[in-house]
Design a protein around this ligand. Sequence first.
Ligand SMILES: [Zn+2]
Length: 437
Amino acid sequence: MFHGTNIEHARTLNRRVVFEAVRRHGAITRADLARLTGLTPQAVSNISAELRDAGLIREGARRQGLRGQPAVELSLEPTGGYAVGLNLGHQFLSGVLVNLAGEVIASDSLPLAAPVLPLDSLMGVMESVVEGLLAQARLPRDQLWGVGCGLPGLVRDGVLIVDTMSGGEDRPHYPLAQSLGTRLNLPVIAENDARAAAIGERLYGIGREARHFFYLHFGFGIGGGMIVDGDHYRGGSGGAGEIGHMIVKPGGRPCSCGNRGCLEQYCSLFSAGEAVGGTERSADQVRPEELSACLAANEPSFMTWLREAAHHLRTAIHNIEVMFDPETVVIGGSLPEDVLNRLVALTQPLLPSVYPDPARGRALPRLTVATAPDMPALGAAALPISAMIQPSLGLLWKVPAGPGAALAQAALSQAQTVLGSPFVRSEVSVTNLTENG
Ligand SMILES: [Zn+2]
């Protein structure tokens, strides 16, 4: 059963609501904030003063209204906080350091020595990328709100449940967020890479135009993330959008999940690698850049793969549309740009749609190519910031425990005092939310 919350939580929640409204809206007056949030002008005035004093928002130009005193516009203070986003891609690890406004202050990308690194080495590489970004930005560590990680595989509460990079055999249920958090002495939030990319796209890409969209992410496999009514949908166990295991060819190729004919077996870097590597090399030894050369040379086995991938992708897009009716399906990830563009071109025409066509009200094309090259890292960087300010009640009882919980106290001092910490609320359930706050 759903209960209300006590007054202290309500205050925290209201601060988050006001802060999120400023973040989403841009420069805005207190009067407009009150209208937008449903809070009283007095409450907005008090909360905005608290947020200003904490260095999270700033007062800008006065806007001349029709009558009375010109109103002061409030906007985000970009230097109020910073976060790092990491993306563990196929044969690389990339990272970005962003400010509160999502502007990239520093970025880096390292090739990985092997497709599957021992966990100790992987943690070491992640740690050095974070340290490198801090040095590049000349930013003291205590300015970081946390680190977000986009990982291939099923991620639940910061734990890598199934690691697609290792075939799910070698290191199941690895508490990656906790381990990295301990090493870095910072809160770390882990998320599936496709879901992280969808969150990035929501904040910095197509999300500015669409409230409902599906993000298809080309990694070694193929994953997906759903944005429903402006919010990221995780599903019952955090695995919503595992599009790679949608069956597109019943009785087709066997898949690691135990089924046959999954999309991933036809449409992924892994399947392209198998086509190009032939009998001489394993799929993970084929670098994504090679696919561009194959395309340029019209290499027969690659072109066969491309046509088959487009055929099954068309089916998948149709299935996504009928299940979910998104405003658009966005496709991005680690496939080289020229290969992705050709693949998308080959899906045309898409299967007949049961929904309105552009002439009858559809504002966006059914299929859109993602523009930012490193959306998973950008989306991952948004995770610590979103966790901190997300007014969604769901997050109040969904963020996991771990060493990062205690560490967060040290790292997030001032912002946390004002906004409350999502990291220490790990044991809060719907029930004790009313009993204990
Ligand atoms: Zn499968």
